[in-house]
Design a protein around this ligand. Structure first.
Ligand code: ARG
Ligand code: MN
Ligand code: MN
Length: 301
């Protein structure tokens, strides 16, 4: 197994949605022992600490379709710069949220280095809303759209280039709550989606085999995993702000992580939406860290 130089970046923000507490995600994940766990596998881990997230709201006009826009722009820009710097040092970026709006910053930091980046979006949701289609105004429902170049100009153009990724290089896994506008975008943009239906029908083995083969065929030059803990069934990860029943199991998720590890393709990852306030005894952060164990090379025997 490839031993990595991993740099951890925490992003303690809850500005992408309306439920408080998800800003404590990075602490909960650290408390669950992530650094020790990755070191035990043999990786070198540098924890860069948390990005500074201002606790004071800017005095901006409130846009009902883009809640906390100014704050999300600030956090995304800072995160993008940090991810960019980690890549310049040839290290592996591992990002902890925070709500899923942080993916805007992560992908903005990755997009300059990888011209043909593959993205696996492990999530109950598609996160493909735009200000025109959003049912909530929450930016954590928009990061994938923003990254393919659709949405508010200032989000789309973070670090002054767009789009960050190609829609044909994106694979969503675990979807079971997709809004009408998102459904249209999926068709229109040719985004590959394995919903719960395909996971039930084909099994996770086949889904991951197909997903990885598809990305290989597209000759991706890097692979980013954006894992929203609500991709799993809330039975396993209750500490999330937008739980949807009927999700991916704990074992299926380990299998998916193991197959990603075996592929040798992974070049960055982020784990988002851990909300310790909604959790039960840090279960969700513990699951996140257990999955990172498999993703980074732990085996059962
Ligand atoms: N990252 C997430 N948990 N996103 C949930 C999004 C929910 C819904 N589709 C919305 O746009 O508001
Ligand atoms: Mn989600
Ligand atoms: Mn999400």
């Amino acid at each position: 197994m490839n031993k990595l130089d991993i740099s951890i970046i925490g992003v303690p923000t809850d500005y992408g949605q309306a439920r408080r507490g998800v800003d404590m995600g990075p602490s909960a994940i650290r408390y669950a022992g992530v650094v020790e766990r990755l070191e035990a596998i043999g990786h070198k881990v540098q924890d860069l600490g948390d990005i500074r997230v201002s606790q004071t709201l800017k005095n901006a006009a409130v846009d009902e379709k883009l809640l906390n826009l100014e704050e999300v722009i600030d956090v995304s820009t800072a995160l993008a710069n940090n991810v960019h710097a980690v890549l310049e040092q040839k290290r592996f970026p591992l990002v902890f949220g925070g709500d899923h709006s942080i993916a805007i910053g992560t992908l903005a930091g990755l997009g300059e280095h990888y011209k043909n980046l593959g993205v696996i979006w492990y999530d109950a949701h598609a996160d493909l809303n735009t200000p025109e289609t959003t049912p909530s105004g929450n930016i954590h429902g928009m990061p994938l759209a923003v990254s393919i170049g659709l949405g508010h100009e200032r989000l789309v153009r973070i670090r002054d280039f767009a789009p960050k990724i190609k829609p044909e290089n994106v694979i969503i896994i675990g979807a079971r709550s997709v809004d009408p506008g998102e459904r249209e975008l999926i068709r229109q943009q040719g985004i590959k989606v394995y919903t719960m239906h395909e996971i039930d029908r084909l099994g996770m083995t086949r889904v991951m085999e197909d997903a990885l083969a598809y990305l290989k065929e597209r000759n991706v030059d890097g692979l980013h995993l954006s894992l929203d803990l609500d991709g799993l069934d809330p039975l396993y990860t209750p500490g999330v702000g937008t739980p949807v029943p009927g999700g991916i199991t704990y074992r299926e998720s380990h299998l998916a992580m193991e197959m990603l590890q075996e592929s040798g393709m992974l070049t960055s990852a982020e784990f988002v939406e851990v909300n310790p306030i909604l959790d039960e005894k840090n279960t969700t952060a513990n699951v996140a860290v257990a999955l990172m164990g498999s993703l980074f090379g732990e085996t059962l025997v």
